[in-house]
Design a protein around this ligand. Structure first.
Ligand SMILES: Cc1cc2nc3c(=O)[nH]c(=O)nc-3n(C[C@H](O)[C@H](O)[C@H](O)COP(=O)(O)OP(=O)(O)OC[C@H]3O[C@@H](n4cnc5c(N)ncnc54)[C@H](O)[C@@H]3O)c2cc1C
Length: 474
């Protein structure tokens, strides 16, 4: 092992906590500074009038990624969190009246099995290439490939929409279903590479999970495990700047004026915030801005009286036309006919709502930076849901909304982007900010840097950064 060093992590999001756990287990002295009162970042919980809402992530995939992290710390995911495998995983509905339940065991729609099998191949190659190490250009990826065929297998040249159309032919509704996987990284099916088809395989193979007690239970497990191995987590502790010489970091200055010396600084804050505010660096900021921000979201948390027939834990109500929906998003506005995602975790977990009631978390995609009128958007989304046959409006016990401006303010994510950087375009994987920062001893982990956003990806990013730091310190 390299000699023990002092390491500061800026931000207590999931990526920051995961990196802190790994680095502490290696014997380093690790402190996390989180500006909010509670760690977890976008993984956060809202409680109101007896209702509980997971206001960030609501879907857990790839549980073995967290298990591997927790095992490094001498425990396991099963020991820390009571995870339930959801079946069905999702209920999808289209304006035509069609309903599709994708069960844990899959579904029998023509084309589905082939699409998922294709996703398996993509995942197997991506796991040992894209997710296995840092990315500093196409050669980082090709170097980790075993054979030329790997490059073709990840299907990087077609868009996800093109792959979806090829897989489902005239069944445009299923093509829409497949295209939805672009939204898992805040991207567009018309621009993101077909590589994202691997997510269909990931859900099918590894399941869609829910931690009993809500996503906060997963957050609490990260915090508990971090503290158990000896990570110091300072909340309500904002980092004002990263202190550095021309070539190496020296520590951080906190908002209260304190200076904390460090050999290594791991920035879990968004890369734009890092290079614009904490360690101003015009060149690094220019490089960061080559990456496209992911979409943002408009969220309605609705406490709903009574029970709604025919709902599942996760539900999707598709728009009439994805093309028109994405035209609206590209034009910078809330779509006239948005696809609506709903998570009603009280279906699985009675602790999330008063007896007999439901906690509806509704999310629609909106462009990053879009100015959203809360009341108008709430009426619009609840109205569209009513058009689909689910009218919650007469049963509302409480509502809270979250706009892109709220997300930007809370998490310092530019434009309120949900996932950090998107996967739009063939170059997206290569222009995403690198894990190695612009000074010696500076590293980036989290949704804005490689390998991108989403809970499992930022957790994998922490492993990449930990290994990189370990190599650099030797
Ligand atoms: C509405 C919504 C729905 C989502 N749905 C899903 C889902 O279903 N499944 C999924 O896997 N993912 C989902 N995601 C994405 C997922 O939440 C994120 O990708 C992930 O949580 C980001 O982790 P991160 O490590 O990038 O840190 P972040 O969560 O971005 O946290 C960064 C932390 O740094 C802190 N910070 C910033 N600047 C400073 C500073 N100067 N000093 C101190 N602290 C600072 C912030 O306060 C924050 O706590 C969703 C996100 C949102 C918002």
């Amino acid at each position: 092992m390299a000699g023990a060093r002092s390491i500061v992590v800026v931000g207590g999001g999931v990526g920051g906590l995961a990196a802190a756990i790994r680095l502490r287990v290696r014997g380093h002295d690790v402190t996390v500074h989180e500006r909010h009162d509670v760690p977890g970042g976008k993984l956060s919980v809202l409680k109101r009038d007896g209702f509980s809402f997971d206001v960030g992530p609501s879907l857990v995939t790839l549980p073995h990624v967290y298990d591997e992290l927790f095992r490094v710390a001498g425990t396991s995911l099963a020991d820390e969190v009571d995870l339930v495998r959801l079946d069905p995983q999702f209920r999808y509905r289209w304006p035509s009246g069609r309903t599709l339940d994708v069960a844990d065991a899959g579904c029998d729609v023509p084309g589905w099995a082939d699409f998922v099998a294709r996703g398996r191949t993509i995942w197997e190659v991506s796991e040992r290439t894209f997710f296995a190490g840092p990315m500093s250009g196409p050669w980082s990826l090709t170097r980790r490939m075993r054979r030329p065929r790997d490059l073709l297998d990840i299907d990087p040249l077609r868009t996800l929409h093109e792959a979806a159309e090829a897989a489902f032919g005239d069944d445009r509704e299923m093509a829409q279903w497949a295209g939805r996987y672009a939204t898992y990284s805040g991207s567009s099916p018309y621009r993101a590479p077909a590589t994202l088809a691997c997510i269909a395989h990931v859900e099918h193979e590894y399941g869609c999970w829910y931690p009993m007690g809500g996503l906060g239970a997963l957050r609490d497990a990260f915090v508990r495990v971090a503290e158990r191995v000896g990570v110091r987590i300072e909340c309500a502790s904002e980092v004002r700047s990263v202190i550095a010489t021309a070539d190496a970091v020296r520590g951080v200055q906190l908002a209260d004026g304190r200076i904390e010396h460090a050999d290594v600084v791991v920035a879990n804050a968004d890369a734009t915030h890092l290079y614009r505010d904490l360690l101003p660096d015009a060149g690094a900021l220019r490089a960061v801005r080559r990456a496209t921000p992911s979409t943002s979201g408009f969220v309605i948390c609705a406490g709903v009286r009574g029970r709604t027939p025919d709902i599942t834990h996760h539900g999707i109500w598709f728009s009439r036309s994805y093309r028109r929906e994405y035209d609206d998003l590209d034009a910078g506005r809330l779509p006239d006919d948005p696809t609506i995602y709903a998570c009603v975790s009280s279906v699985t977990d009675a602790s999330q709502a008063p007896a007999g009631d439901e906690n509806w978390f509704l999310l629609v995609n909106v462009p990053s930076g879009a100015a959203i009128d809360r009341d108008a958007a709430t009426n619009h989304v609840l109205g569209r849901l009513a058009d689909h046959g689910v009218d919650l409006r007469g049963r509302l016990a409480c509502t809270e909304t979250i706009t892109p401006a709220d997300l930007e303010r809370r998490f310092r994510s530019p434009g309120g982007s949900i996932y950090g950087t998107s996967s739009d375009g063939r170059r997206a994987a290569f222009v995403r900010p690198r894990n190695r920062g612009a000074r010696r001893g500076l590293y980036l982990v989290g949704g804005s840097s490689h390998p991108g956003g989403g809970l499992p990806l930022v957790t994998l990013g922490a492993r990449i950064v930990d290994e990189m730091i370990d190599r650099d310190l030797r």
